[in-house]
Design a protein around this ligand. Sequence first.
Ligand code: NAP
Ligand code: GDD
Length: 320
Amino acid sequence: MGKTALVTGITGQDGSYLAEFLLSKGYTVYGMVRRSSTENFDRIEHIRDQVILRQGDLLDQLSLLNLIEESNPDEIYNLAAQSFVPTSWTKPLLTGEFTGLGVTRMLEAVRAVKSKARFYQASSSEMFGLVQEVPQKETTPFYPRSPYGVAKVYGHFITVNYRESYGMYAVSGILFNHESPRRGKEFVTRKVTDGVARIKLGLQKELKLGNLEAKRDWGFAGDYVRAMWLMLQQDKPQDYVIATGETHSVQELVEIAFNHAGLNWKDHVKTDPTLIRPAEVDLLIGDSSKAKRELGWKTEVSFEGLVKMMVDADIQRLKP
Ligand code: NAP
Ligand code: GDD
């Protein structure tokens, strides 16, 4: 008998890669989607007939209970969240409801309906915020710098707490930034690669960005969903940091992307003070030696390879 997985946030970047990965392993995949007046299934269109989509919402406890009852999953991947950091300052309460309390609603539904199911929580390197240690690992204290980061810290600790209180197989994956051609266009990598493609094709002249000095540990989303699955296949539930161990500035990202398209970034990039955040996370760099050692996980796509892949995909998509 194959296993069954339930993925919340299946319409997002990670949800789409994870669903592909689980299908390739022979899983029956249920995906939770929110009702909207127009469908938002672009990222899963190519696998839509292979997954079972059901409506549900992190704000609605009954929908979560019913979904777990119907799908009877062996594994649950809780990827749904309000995931864009700047929006967390303009919608702090909603972010707290989705990204923080939403995790408790999921855990309560699992506990009530199928407490033996294995549960993955999508935690984030944003929890390290004003970093207390370089590089950041599982034991590094958290110091979040946005309402999003604060909500993720809540989600992390409620997952740990349900594991310790009820003996559930519940784990928190502390994932550093991961990107792909399916990344939302408001995140900086995709904003840059989409902008480069538009400038290259004559559809746009300039690209407005915020803080070029911020540094991130950027990896490829396809590599990171493998780590999520590996975390649910262990003898003992534990939390893991997933990162490349390299850090690059936004400016380096910009340089590689423009160079790859044969453009000089200085001719096109303008800084826009309205894009500077009320509080910034200046530097992230992760130490994932625990995941390498215990899960056998490693990255397969380099930073430069990732940026070039994204520029090429955007040029291909926009080409007449
Ligand atoms: P994403 O592309 O923004 O996808 C978020 C998903 O959550 C979408 O499917 C969205 O549905 C769904 N969602 C939002 N609010 C919901 C609600 N109230 N009820 C049900 N579904 C809801 O995010 P991602 O990049 O794939 O990230 C996946 C998860 O990992 C998120 O929890 C994110 O915070 C976390 N994370 C991401 C990174 C990263 O670098 N990508 C790093 C660390 C942690 P709609 O399509 O309907 O909007
Ligand atoms: N979005 C954006 N837009 N960011 C910009 C811009 C811009 O025009 N200009 C500079 N940046 C800088 C931001 O100030 C930040 O320091 C960095 O680029 C990365 O921003 P994002 O790509 O928006 O990602 P993030 O690091 O804030 O958050 C992402 O990674 C987290 C993991 O660390 C999101 O995916 C979160 O959901 C995730 O948890």
